[in-house]
Ligand binder design. Structure first.
Ligand code: SAM
Length: 238
């Protein structure tokens, strides 16, 4: 069988895999819960707007600082919107995700988008973080609150320090703020999360610069599609 025919069959199989992972009855419209996947025709997921505005700010920052290629690591990449966007912009991306189904969707969407995306299915913990690869750019988006809930603030700070040590240029960060339930044990108390986090990055990570990239739409656990909150996005520079 010729190379081109094989290639076409493989591409068709990628489409079939993506469809089978993202549709209920196979012939209906593909949907995913959290991210938009414009590369695969999905635009109206729950955190579509806040993901697109975050990605725009991240891309603007990278362009301003002339960081246009190299390796990126996306911690908790979910179905891959940020990973695939960075891959399309020229980065070689590691997408780390503990949820195998979300990661499968990310991988098959990346195949359709022709992005350099390496999926790694693992749970990032204070112990496993040291086995992660090094990267020029690290994304730590809306995952820190999960770590604080699971491991407490001290171990999470150690985990974040490990990630920042592995980051050569910049780490992008946002997290659940006052909207998160008490059992997440977030450390903000009655302080403004933006101020608390800026001090945290400087003191715990010895970041040379912390740049606030505005507030972006997110939602609290259990919120309906149109009930949103705003979360601060930061570039934490090495
Ligand atoms: C709230 S979503 C955020 C997704 C994406 N980073 C964003 O900001 O749009 C958190 C993601 O991190 C994943 N996750 C949570 N804890 C994790 C862990 N310890 N290791 C790896 N993935 C984790 C979840 O499965 C989920 O896909």
């Amino acid at each position: 069988m010729g190379f081109n025919i094989r290639r076409k069959i493989i591409t068709s199989l990628d489409h079939l895999k993506f469809r089978s992972l993202t549709t209920r009855y196979f012939f209906d419209r593909p949907t995913v819960k959290y991210h938009p996947l414009p590369f695969a025709g999905i635009s109206d997921s729950k955190r579509a707007e806040g993901s697109i505005t975050r990605m725009q700010k991240i891309q603007e920052f990278l362009q301003e600082r002339k960081i246009t290629d190299g390796f990126a690591m996306d911690c908790g990449c979910n179905v891959g919107y940020f990973s695939i966007s960075l891959a399309q912009a020229g980065f070689n991306v590691f997408g780390i995700e503990e949820d195998a189904r979300s990661l499968s969707i990310a991988y098959s969407a990346a195949q359709l988008a022709n992005g350099l995306f390496s999926p790694l299915c693992m749970r990032i913990t204070p112990n496993t973080a040291r086995y992660l690869p090094e990267a020029d750019v690290t994304l730590c988006l809306s995952i820190w609150h999960h770590w604080v809930k699971a491991y407490g603030i001290e171990e999470t700070t150690d985990l974040l320090k490990t990630l920042f040590q592995k980051t050569h240029k910049v780490m992008f960060f946002d997290t659940g703020e006052h909207e998160m339930p008490e059992n997440y044990n977030l450390p903000f108390q009655n302080k403004n999360p933006k101020d608390w986090l800026e001090t945290y990055f400087k003191e715990a990570l010895s970041a040379s610069e912390v740049v606030w990239l505005g507030q972006h739409k997110a939602f609290a656990p259990g919120a309906k599609k149109d009930e949103f909150v705003m979360r601060s996005l930061f570039a934490v520079v090495k």
